[in-house]
Design a protein around this ligand. Structure first.
Ligand SMILES: NC(=O)C1=CN([C@@H]2O[C@H](COP(=O)(O)OP(=O)(O)OC[C@H]3O[C@@H](n4cnc5c(N)ncnc54)[C@H](OP(=O)(O)O)[C@@H]3O)[C@@H](O)[C@H]2O)C=CC1
Ligand SMILES: O=C1OC[C@@H](O)[C@H](O)[C@H]1O
Length: 398
């Protein structure tokens, strides 16, 4: 059967939009995906149509339509699904715009600013019978699927403890001195937790929550501490203790530590001598996942009988290497096409093809529980964003 063509629209033309849109040029059959193929039919920039044109050319979709306004773009009848790649502050307004216009949506992490916004979006998607998913790309990597299978197969026994860290030494006093960068800007819902901590939580949730039978999944209890960035008051380092309640039959409570920082790094010398970013500890062994937590390519399983099993998970496609931060205010994704963003795109496309309205490895209920966890972390850490980005009102001009 010929693959079904899924027509993408790209909302915003920044750093990650570029990586994602380039990844859509990689032939899905090179990674064993035969049901769907991707085509980018449009992109929109809120700054100008010229910027959208240049973006499409750079991303190798020169025939797609360029828009200089998100409002005009969402009306394009050729678009099946929209990828939203604006700052966190804008996700709620942008996703609502797309859903109201009848478009399926794949929205970058963190899904929204707060859980109430995530719930509203979920309600809107259900009302309109549209697909909606948070784009936490890591969940769809074969590496993550393997880690979850190691857990559910019982290979490392019952998992009692998880440690996960995504931290980058950005030298914030210098790099973010003017407070404008989206990493620290409160108007853009900046801060370590929403930008980086979401991945540490992702690892805790996909190992201790998602691996439980759906009927047994319970939100964790949260204890959090935050250190604030002196220039803007956003969080520069956040450390969270999570207690996942489990029945005695399943091993009783499990503990997790989720850390994020823009001051110190998980991996200070980019792979030289660094240890695991994630440790998943069971009573028969442990799984280690090496940095960076958002795009890991190496795992190690260590069993109590002395077995050590290392695996390397290079992303299929021409691109190589891991993402890094350049220290000058920009996040640089690895160079080249084929960085692994296509896995989440495949999931969205296959879901739309099959008529599913949610993602398989991260559904809306789980995204909402994670947003509730982040609400509690922010409450305990004393981090509040401006009302205009916490609001449920729509439309609001930001
Ligand atoms: N999955 C991953 O690995 C990564 C995910 N992300 C996520 O992607 C999203 C965007 O991050 P990133 O691409 O790094 O951000 P950038 O700052 O590079 O791009 C954001 C884009 O959003 C649009 N935008 C609209 N309104 C505003 C505004 N008021 N201020 C700034 N930008 C605005 C702009 O595009 P335009 O002018 O065209 O409208 C801009 O280029 C975030 O949610 C982030 O968490 C980020 C990096 C990696
Ligand atoms: O999602 C992300 O992953 C990579 C980081 O460099 C970036 O800041 C973050 O948004």
């Amino acid at each position: 059967m010929a693959p079904k063509e899924i027509r993408w629209g790209i909302l915003a033309t920044g750093g990650i939009a570029r990586t994602f849109t380039k990844d859509l040029t990689v032939d899905p059959t090179t990674r064993g995906v035969t049901k769907v193929k991707h085509v980018v039919v449009a992109a929109a920039s809120s700054s100008s149509k010229t910027r959208a044109e240049a973006f499409l050319k750079e991303c190798n979709w020169p025939n797609a339509k360029a828009y200089g306004s998100y409002e005009e773009f969402v009306k394009d009848p050729n678009i099946d699904v929209i990828y939203i790649a604006t700052p966190h502050s804008h996700h709620y307004q942008n996703a609502m715009l797309c859903l109201e216009a009848g478009k399926n949506v794949l929205c970058e992490k963190a899904f929204t600013v707060n859980a109430a916004q995530a719930k509203k979006l979920a309600e809107k998607a259900r009302e309109k019978n549209l697909f909606l998913m948070e784009a936490v790309w890591t969940r769809w990597f074969p590496l993550s699927i393997y880690v979850r299978e190691q857990i559910t197969s019982g290979r490392i026994g019952t998992v009692y403890r998880v440690q996960a860290d995504l931290s980058m030494a950005d030298n914030p006093d210098k790099t973010y001195a003017d407070g404008k960068n989206r990493m620290v800007n409160l108007e853009l819902a900046g801060g370590a937790q929403l930008d980086l901590g979401i991945y540490a939580l992702t690892w805790c949730f996909q190992t201790l929550y998602h691996t439980q039978p759906a009927s047994e999944r319970k939100p964790p209890k949260v204890q959090a501490t935050m250190k604030h960035f002196s220039v803007t008051g956003s969080d520069e380092s956040t450390t969270v203790l999570l207690t996942f309640p489990r029945s005695e039959k399943l091993g009783g409570d499990a503990h997790a530590v989720a850390m994020s920082s823009i001051r110190v790094a998980t991996d200070p010398a980019n792979g030289i001598a660094s240890g695991p970013a994630i440790r998943i500890q069971g009573d028969k062994g442990e799984i280690q996942v090496f940095p960076p937590a958002f795009r890991p390519v190496d795992t190690r399983v260590i069993l109590s009988d002395g077995t050590v099993e290392d695996k390397h998970w290079e992303q299929p496609g021409p691109g190589k290497g891991s993402g890094f931060y350049n220290g000058f205010g920009d996040t640089i994704q690895p160079e080249g096409v084929g960085q692994g963003m296509f896995w989440e795109a495949d999931e969205a496309a296959v879901a739309i093809f099959e008529g599913r309205k949610e993602g398989s490895f991260l559904d809306l209920a789980e995204s909402i529980v994670i947003m509730e966890t982040m609400d509690e972390i922010r409450k305990q850490g004393g981090l509040k964003y401006p009302d205009k980005i916490e609001t449920l009102d729509y439309p609001v001009a930001l």
